[in-house]
Ligand binder design. Structure first.
Ligand code: PLP
Length: 253
């Protein structure tokens, strides 16, 4: 049985964060391990408040788990605080973790800040160099690289900047672009993952995409193949989304 670990935030609605990641792992036939990095109070209308888990306790969860079970791939989601980023970075080195995917979450769709400026800088410096794949959306890519993104050429420029920080593969996701949706995959060469522009508001899209990549890496795929399979998985997931709360749609996977 292949195993994937997610280090992520707790979302009571089950649409994003740790719960979404576990559902994706399960639906892709990979056993899910999870370490909680922050608690949130949220629903389909947005994130109301955040309680970061203490860095020492994140380390404790990881140490106890990893001294027993070695995951085949690791996804990192919302870390929120700089101290938590440092704690996770220390564990990555201590246990020589590989196949690491990070979704460098900064802002929720509803506009809540999910990581402070210092945390983002620490992610760039201390986590990116160990990553197999990083999956910023255009806002995150723009924030981290300083490139203003309006079109695919800007996404390519941002991807090149981000790769310089040390990740093996960069995927700038284009779901927030106005006209088309193309994800730009860059590993020294560019590849383009196309999808249909889907209207409406969805909760947890970025979390699920990066979790699917993690599951496909755990199953032994290359990063590019994992990204292509994850894109297909998301295209199917959009068709099975449903509205239940007041705003964003959820995925029935
Ligand atoms: N909550 C958690 C725990 C998350 O990790 C994320 C995104 O990564 C969100 C909320 C935001 O999700 P969305 O912007 O899709 O609503």
């Amino acid at each position: 049985m292949k195993k994937a670990l997610t280090i992520a935030g707790f979302d009571p609605s089950g649409g994003a964060g740790l719960q979404a990641d576990l559902k994706v792992f399960h639906s892709l036939g990979v056993y899910g391990l999870s370490v909680v990095s922050s608690l949130t109070a949220q629903n389909t209308e947005g994130v109301s408040s955040i309680l970061p888990v203490d860095a020492e306790f994140i380390k404790k969860q990881l140490t106890v788990l990893l001294s027993d079970i070695k995951p085949d791939a690791v996804k990192i989601g919302m870390l929120y605080a700089e101290s938590n980023v440092k704690a996770v970075a220390g564990i990555i080195k201590k246990y020589s973790l590989g196949n690491i995917v990070i979704d460098p979450v900064i802002l929720s769709s509803s506009g809540k800040r999910l990581a402070g400026k210092n945390a983002v800088t620490a992610i760039r410096k201390k986590i990116f160099p160990f990553c197999k794949v990083i999956t910023p959306n255009i806002h995150e890519a723009s924030f981290i690289s300083g490139v203003r993104i309006k079109n695919i050429t800007d996404m390519e420029r941002a991807a090149v900047c981000l790769k310089d920080y040390g990740a093996e593969n960069v995927i700038v996701t284009g779901g927030h672009l106005e006209q088309v949706t193309v994800d730009v995959f860059y590993n020294g060469n560019f590849h383009y993952l196309k999808g249909k522009k889907i209207s409406g508001e969805y909760h947890g899209t970025g979390c699920m995409f990066s979790a699917a990549i993690t599951a496909f890496l755990a199953r032994g795929n290359s990063a590019l193949k994992a990204a292509k399979l994850a894109k297909e998985f998301m295209n199917k997931a959009f068709r099975k989304s449903f509205g239940t709360g007041g705003r964003m749609r959820l995925f029935d996977i």
